[in-house]
Design a protein around this ligand. Structure first.
Ligand code: BG6
Length: 497
């Protein structure tokens, strides 16, 4: 999608990154900016101000940018004159987030850069910092009149986690809304930037083939699996507060579920799409007994012995935080009544992949049933690592009289696009710069997904529900299989097998 020159004329702007020395900036933001630049998707008048708490010179910053592009960019760094000019547009500003006076200097610096780059006061404030800093930074931006929208625009990009429950998310939202209007708040869910996730609406609404069958008459159930091989990767303190429910289900999984289940929007306008997603989140229900809460013990992943969650750095030895969740949700509306949506996510699984499986209803047992077990038709949307769409159906085994085998029709997106399809952050940054917020979460989407997740978390708390252990390198606790089996179903493994 980002292969050609920008279709829209982009306004000049300065991207101000709070958290310049952090992991997100290094791994995702600098490489994404470089790739956008290489694809001609940055405004001509453009600069970056990286803000950090450490002292750093401009040259040191640019060498950080070079090594991050070198290590993480999908496009190789070249040092042609234009690349040099791109690197020269990065500036460092040293600031203590809690020292109000140092924001005076920031404002002056941004105004100077406006003069140099002709950026006219347009700004993207990217808060790549820990969530406790979101509101205080937004307050200083407001107090120093850096987001006044006077013949210019100012947008703020906020990473997850956006709160820890509905109450804290509402408070955070109110704090940020003092400074930025809703349409200028870009709440990131990086899954929405993934190519195949963007493809869901196209698949559903640009094909006659799927939409007529997209309902409870033809679909038996839907499965969404996000499996990861990694553990908590040194993020113990964060994960102890979040757990898999808040880390993955509340945001990425519910966003995908709402795209899969929403009604056709009246048009492709941002708000029309978000309106339909919100209706799904409002119609979402769960019964307490339909949730499995697991935690990994020691085991072997990728041929390596790994430790238990409770032995991870800065995790309580008796922690009851879940690293695995499986659940069965219901959508109570006319289209989906009676169709369970099974969600499963876990760390330290045998493989990393994210997939959505639409499992169609079985046929009445009259024809072909003597030819062996007739598998249901499956439509598989493969989000990662290989992007694609697969359709499984039954065909006659060649050379036999009646034997039937499941066969697969594949659309492998990576095969067409090569390995170079844009990273999620490229698309997301590009959209912020051009003021397009469809791939970001509106407040009411967040509100309803927190309500859903809060119900589960509160029930766990009230019942003091313990996690069930699973071996690292397994597909989670046996209870997750039982959740399926009690309704005569089972989890599909990768590729719907
Ligand atoms: C993040 C979570 O939002 O998504 C991480 O905080 C998780 O715990 C990550 O590992 C997964 O993202 P991806 O793009 O690697 O599937």
């Amino acid at each position: 999608m980002l292969k050609t020159k920008a279709e829209t004329v982009l306004d000049p702007c300065i991207v101000v990154i709070f958290g310049a020395t952090g992991d997100l900036t290094k791994r995702k933001l600098y490489p994404a900016l470089y790739n956008l630049f290489r694809d001609g998707h940055l405004p001509e008048q453009f600069a970056v101000v990286s803000i950090g708490r450490r002292e750093k010179t401009g040259d040191e910053l640019r060498s950080d940018v070079i090594s991050s592009i070198h290590d993480f960019s999908r496009v190789r760094l070249e040092l042609r004159a234009e690349d040099e000019a791109f690197l020269q547009s990065f500036h460092y500003y040293n600031l203590d987030f809690y020292d109000s006076t140092s924001y005076d200097g920031l404002q002056t610096r941004l105004e100077e850069l406006d003069e140099i780059y002709q950026t006219r006061g347009n700004r993207v404030f990217f808060l790549a910092v820990a969530p406790e800093h979101f509101a205080p930074i937004a307050k200083e931006i407001h107090g120093h009149k850096m987001a006044q929208n006077l013949n210019s625009w100012q947008r703020v990009v906020i990473e997850k986690p956006f709160g820890r429950d509905l109450v804290s998310a509402t408070q955070l939202n109110e704090d940020i809304r003092h400074t930025f209007a809703e349409q200028n708040i870009y709440r990131i869910d990086h899954y929405l930037g993934k190519e195949m996730v963007q493809n869901i609406l196209v698949l559903r609404f640009a094909n006659t083939l799927f939409e007529p069958l997209w309902n409870n008459k033809y679909i038996d159930h839907v499965q969404i699996t996000f499996a990861e091989t990694v553990g908590v990767e040194g993020r113990g303190p964060y994960y102890e507060q979040a757990g898999a429910l808040r880390d993955m289900v509340q945001n990425h999984m519910l966003q995908l579920l709402s795209l899969i289940a929403m009604e056709p929007p009246v048009d492709l306008d941002t708000e029309s799409i978000r309106d339909e997603k919100v209706k799904i989140l409002r119609s979402l229900y769960i019964d307490g007994e339909d949730v499995v809460r697991g935690q990994y013990g020691p085991g072997v992943v990728d041929n390596m012995q790994v430790k238990a969650y409770t032995d991870e750095d800065r995790v309580l030895a008796d922690s009851q935080v879940e690293t695995f969740v499986a659940l069965k949700a219901r959508i109570e509306n006319f289209r989906w009544a009676g169709v369970p949506f099974y969600l499963r996510t876990g760390k330290r699984m045998p493989k990393k992949y994210s997939e959505i499986v639409i499992s169609y209803k079985k046929l009445p047992g009259v024809l072909y049933f003597k030819s062996g077990k007739l598998e249901p038709n499956l439509l598989i949307i493969r989000v990662q690592p290989d992007e694609g769409i697969y359709l499984k159906f039954n065909a006659k085994r060649p050379g036999t009289l009646q034997s039937i085998v499941p066969v697969s029709m594949d659309f492998c997106q990576n095969c067409y696009e090569g390995l170079n399809s844009p990273e999620a952050y490229e698309r997301l940054l590009y959209d912020v710069i051009r003021g397009e917020s469809t791939l970001f979460t509106r407040w009411d989407e967040l509100k309803h997904s927190w309500s859903f997740v809060d119900k589960i978390a509160q029930e766990w708390q009230a019942e003091e529900k313990q996690t069930v252990p699973y071996l690292a390198g397994s597909w989670g606790p046996a209870q997750a299989d039982f959740l399926m089996r009690k309704h005569g179903r089972e989890w599909f493994q990768e590729g719907g097998s």
